[in-house]
Design a protein around this ligand. Structure first.
Ligand code: ADP
Ligand code: MG
Length: 407
């Protein structure tokens, strides 16, 4: 509560109306995001062009023996939709709190729009935070909640009213101004929290698992809404989630966190198609890790073909015999787990273009030939972090799957 009030409250750094991010209109991040070169190499931590909205350098924060944030270097471009994805306990919230100023780093610095704010309190930073639990004031109406930050900044009442209404319209909640939070659904409360954050026109909006409390359908709806709002207001979004699908659908770029470090940074496509480590491959989607002739690689389930009996493998593809261990009918697709004769196990997904549920399930136990194209496999190095100097004294204790379970 305290944090929310501070976060959305007095923010003298933003002059009313003056939001260079909005004024600029363009979205340099999208351009940066679409560049696969960004995904790998030494420059992966760098945002393209201009002064980044956020620059983190050598950031560390420990609680006792726990290195919550264990050395993060990162640049986020102005107007970018950037996601921090990782299992529970990987340091995402701590990193957000360091950016917002609720925590001080042990070492390293935080820059916002080129200004070092490492030692600045939250209210002197041009950021707002949206929390998972909304943190609305229960005794205030919707309009009062949304206008609160403006009131703290002594914006005149008529102006306040007008801007609060505009923000409520932006989140598609007009006409509910006089309700109290208890009179709203979960989804509506989340929209109010969002309106309260964007009404201040911050340079950067931090969102910590904001959709976590909503059911799946509402969550998917709100994902699209958030994208729309972000496009319309042009504010830099830093979005925290442990949900890989959410990260893949919403982000210009994303960082995969593991034990306080960035394991991989890149566009959704790059991270999904070309996971840099076993951890990333396992955390995002199905890992499908195979070892053949000393080469370790992953292949995504939808790239694997199950051949019909007697069907020749497509030209240029690699084929192997196996046995269907499991078949699960999922409506649009069927998921097969195939045990390979040469060792290892692959999950493949096939669209149910002509397959009925009964047919799909009857496949269980059958011998099968699977095929994939070598250029759709992706090699996994022994241990590959973006940060090559990942400290040796923190071995991965849990497997990616275990960590995903815990998320
Ligand atoms: P995430 O948001 O990814 O789940 P957190 O940043 O909340 O991760 O936590 C990272 C690690 O730091 C965890 O091991 C957590 O227990 C620890 N931690 C976070 N905040 C505190 C705190 N205030 N005191 C002690 N340990 C903390
Ligand atoms: Mg968290």
């Amino acid at each position: 509560m305290q944090d929310a009030a501070t976060a959305s409250g007095g923010n003298p750094a933003t002059a009313p109306g003056g939001n260079p991010a909005t004024a600029a209109g363009g979205n340099p991040a999208t351009a940066a995001g679409g560049n696969p070169v960004m995904a790998a190499g030494q420059d992966a931590g760098r945002a393209a062009g201009g002064t980044p909205a956020v620059r983190l350098t050598g950031l560390r924060k420990s609680y006792g023996h726990v290195a919550a944030v264990a050395g993060v270097d990162l640049e986020i471009a102005e107007g970018e939709f950037f996601t921090m994805l990782g299992p529970s306990g990987s340091g995402k919230t701590t990193l957000l709190r360091l950016i917002a100023g609720f925590e001080r780093p042990d070492t390293g610095s935080v820059e916002l729009a080129g200004r070092d704010v490492t030692r600045q309190p939250p209210y002197l930073r041009d950021v707002n935070t949206v929390f998972q639990d909304y943190a609305l004031f229960p005794h205030m109406t919707v309009a009062e909640n949304v206008g609160y930050g403006l009131r703290v900044r002594r914006v005149a009442r008529p102006d306040r009213r007008r801007r609060a209404e505009a923000a409520l319209e932006m989140v598609r909640l007009p006409g509910l101004s006089d309700r109290k939070p208890v009179q709203l659904s979960g989804g509506q409360r989340q929209r109010v929290a969002l309106a309260r954050a964007i009404v201040n026109e911050p340079e950067v909006l931090l969102l910590d698992e904001p959709l976590g409390a909503l059911d799946l359908k509402l969550r998917q709806e709100m994902q699209l809404e958030l994208k729309r709002i972000q496009r319309e207001v042009g504010i830099t979004f830093i979005y925290v989630t442990h949900d890989q699908e959410e990260a893949l659908t919403m982000s210009d770029r994303l960082a995969v966190f593991n034990q306080g470090r960035i394991e991989q940074l890149g566009t959704p496509e790059a991270v999904y198609e070309r996971p840099a480590s076993e951890f990333v491959a396992g955390f995002i989607g199905v890992s499908n890790l195979l070892e053949r002739e000393g080469r370790r690689f992953t292949i995504r389930p939808e790239k694997i073909r199950l051949l019909d009996e007697g069907e020749a493998p497509p030209a240029g593809s690699h084929a192997e015999p196996g046995r269907i261990e499991e078949a699960t009918y999922l409506g649009m697709v069927t998921r097969y787990v195939v045990e390979l004769t040469a060792g290892g196990r692959l999950t493949a997904v096939a669209q149910n273009l002509e397959t009925a549920a009964a047919e799909a399930l009857a496949a269980r136990g059958r011998p099968v030939t699977v095929a994939w194209r070598d250029d759709q496999t992706y090699e996994i190095q022994g241990h590959s972090r973006t940060d090559a100097e990942a400290s040796p004294e923190s071995p991965d204790t849990a497997s990616p799957d275990e960590q995903k379970e815990n998320a």
